[in-house]
Design a protein around this ligand. Structure first.
Ligand code: ADP
Ligand code: MG
Length: 635
């Protein structure tokens, strides 16, 4: 940051914004964003944060400026002067805080905003609606803004920060006795609607009703009145809260524009006192964005915010859940670091986790359609849970849903349903791993199962291979990957019969040798298949490759990860294989044979979804086409 001192105003300095702030201001200034009223939500949320912080500080330290001031926010509208003034008695900012907080981008949502806006992925409306852009959103309505602040620390001076939203801001020493921050907004001519207390109250009701400190609003010479409801909704009895209130509260704490999928209001006094209001969002997008930014629950002790993003109250894989937790049993003077090791926290975590499982289970049982919406958006998190949380294994497994050779793309089943319709002689629960539904449905591994009408689960999410490492059994039945070379399957009449195959053992052995020569160290071996029906060949995993389910995810997460080699199995009754056998039986020359063998191997890799570079096949396919067409022309 370059500091340019302007000598004409004593003590005033002009500073440049960081580049990313300039970009953001530029986008905001040139946008025709319609929902400009959210600037107020952003400023009030900052004031409320500042009040929470001083409230927390006051628990242990009274040596601050104005220790007895009312914790409140005051708004004044002046239509003649075209201004709005917002003051709080919060923690305040000193000079360094002002430069750091209002000269760079602190707000994580705003960073995401810039990245997305830069890549042109989302519209401004969508992004602002979803994340807000923090303090700078004030420049959607302001021609000029000044922020005068006095920090709570006794030896800090007051300063005024001001800017017109171009590339610079100014800092000037200020006179201010009271602790806290005052923001004065000089409205743009097209934003005068906001210099009106009625309009401001309306916006507060909509976006900031649950701010827990009083927001006093007043017209220039008018009366002051509290505009927000301030209720700690989570401390009320669940039967007295309306569903619209839950929804509004959720939107106000998360800035999500959509209603939550599930609301969990928990009130318990034993074994610990817990008042909690938890929400599952309707969209994964939110959950994912939260992962990149900060997730966690707001932790209150007797209505005082102790920690904003607490991660110790739910297992990590429930990080898509938002909300508030309050307990009478947490000591008030607990430091943020101490929170984690407090035994009350462990008890609360168990109680909250159990409650979430219980409510998800109820949803699955009573509203299957809604549960599927949840599953499709957020099911991957539960799969992560299966892989990481053995303590809640059974609860998690009951919540899993799958698609299969029987359901196709239209329905989902639980492991319980799978087990209920297993065939009598069926020993295991079968699954196949793949890239996506379309390609996995063509997997040669399915030949035997389709022919014998045995259901196979499709696992096509990258995390599935990770999940199956910890999902070895369900209710007495093992789960088996059907690409297993050593899979033992019940005898049936639908198996290919080598006796009736039209090639002799000697000729077929010769073909196997030829495959081995051509593929060399690309495979661990070549052998006859006992299971293939409609497919010419398949790649199976050697029996000792215990981590094969992990291969897919390692391939995505580790650079230079080389897939372990597989074993190629040939279907002796398939026309392609019988014809190839005959070709080499007649002449070992046949150039077509080697290209065909290579291509069969490539096809198998493709069907497994593990071909390193499909474009490499083009030359080979062309050779095959040329040979085939040339043969036709000669006829
Ligand atoms: P965020 O609130 O996500 O951190 P903002 O852009 O809204 O991002 O605010 C940037 C920072 O400015 C805040 O983190 C806070 O440190 C500081 N700030 C803004 N408004 C106030 C205020 N009224 N009192 C004290 N600090 C404030
Ligand atoms: Mg903010």
């Amino acid at each position: 940051m370059t500091e340019i001192n302007i000598p004409t105003v004593p003590g005033a300095e002009s500073l440049e914004y960081r580049t990313e702030v300039k970009q953001l201001l530029d986008i905001l200034a040139h946008s025709l964003y319609t929902d400009r009223e959210i600037f107020l939500r952003e400023l009030l949320s900052n004031a409320s944060d500042a009040l929470n912080r001083i409230q927390f500080e006051l628990l242990t330290n009274h040596d601050v400026v104005d220790p007895d001031a009312e914790l409140a926010i005051r708004i004044k509208a002046d239509s003649e002067a075209k201004t709005i003034t917002i003051s709080d008695s919060g923690i305040g900012m000193n000079r360094d805080d002002l430069v750091q907080n209002l000269g760079t981008i602190a707000h994580s949502g705003a960073k995401t905003f810039l990245q997305n806006a830069g890549e042109g992925q989302s519209t401004l409306e969508e992004i602002i609606g979803q994340f807000g852009v923090g303090f700078y959103s004030v420049f959607m309505v302001a021609a000029e803004v000044s922020v005068t602040s006095r920090s709570y620390r006794l030896d800090d001076q007051a300063w005024t920060w001001s800017s017109t939203g171009d590339s610079k801001f100014t800092l000037t020493p200020a006179e201010r006795e009271a602790r806290g921050t005052t923001i004065e907004i000089k409205l743009k001519d097209d934003a005068l609607e906001f210099a009106n207390s009625w309009r401001l109250e309306q916006i507060i009701k909509k976006h900031s009703d649950y701010v827990s400190f009083p927001i006093y609003v007043k017209e220039k010479e008018g009366e002051e009145k509290i505009a927000n409801r301030r209720t700690a909704l989570w401390r009320q009895s669940p039967s007295s809260v309306k569903s619209e209130e839950y929804e509004e509260f959720y939107k106000q704490i998360t800035f999500d524009s959509e209603a939550p999928l599930l609301t969990v209001h928990m009130v318990a006094d034993a074994p610990v006192s817990v008042r909690a209001l938890l929400f599952i969002p309707a969209k994964r997008e939110r959950g994912m964005m939260r992962m990149q930014t900060e997730h966690g629950l707001r932790l209150y002790s007797r209505k005082i915010l102790i920690q904003e993003h607490n991660k110790d109250l739910l297992p990590e894989y429930f990080r898509f859940i938002d909300g508030v937790v309050d307990s009478e049993d947490l000591p008030l003077n607990v430091s943020r670091e101490m929170v984690q090791s407090n035994p009350v926290m462990r008890q609360m975590k168990r109680a909250l986790t159990n409650r979430i499982f219980r409510d998800l289970k109820t949803m699955a049982e009573q509203d299957a359609e809604k549960y599927l919406r949840f599953w499709q958006e957020l099911g991957a998190f539960l799969k992560e849970g299966v892989a990481t949380d053995t303590g809640n294994h059974d609860s998690l497994i009951d919540l899993l849903r799958f698609q299969s050779t029987t359901t196709g793309a239209d329905a989902w089943i639980s492991l319980k349903q799978y087990k209920e319709r297993m065939k009598d002689e069926q020993k295991a629960i079968y699954y196949v791993l793949g890239e996506d539904m379309k390609s996995v449905a063509r997997s040669p591994h399915l030949d035997y199962f389709l022919a014998n009408n045995i259901e196979v689960l499709y696992l096509v999410d990258p995390i599935d291979g990770y999940m199956t490492t910890m999902l070895r059994e369900y209710d007495g039945k093992t789960l088996q990957n059907i690409d297993d070379a050593g899979l033992e399957l019940p005898e049936t009449d639908k198996k290919p019969d080598s006796e009736s195959a039209s090639v002799t053992q000697t000729d077929f052995d010769q073909l196997i040798e030829r495959f081995k020569t051509v593929l060399a160290d690309r495979v661990t071996g070549v052998r006859e298949s006992k299971q293939l029906v409609n497919s010419p060949c398949r790649l199976v995993s050697p029996e000792d490759s215990f981590d094969r389910d992990l291969q897919r995810i390692r391939r995505l997460t580790e650079q230079n990860y080389e897939l372990p080699k597989k074993l190629l199995e040939l279907n002796r009754s398939h026309p392609l294989i019988t014809n190839l056998t005959q070709m080499i039986a007649h002449s070992t020359e046949a150039p077509l044979v080697d290209a065909a063998i290579s291509q069969l191997y490539d096809n198998a890799l493709l069907l497994e979804g593990i071909h390193p570079n499909p474009a490499d096949m083009v030359a080979q396919i062309q050779t095959l086409m040329e040979t085939a067409i040339a043969a036709k022309v000669k006829e």
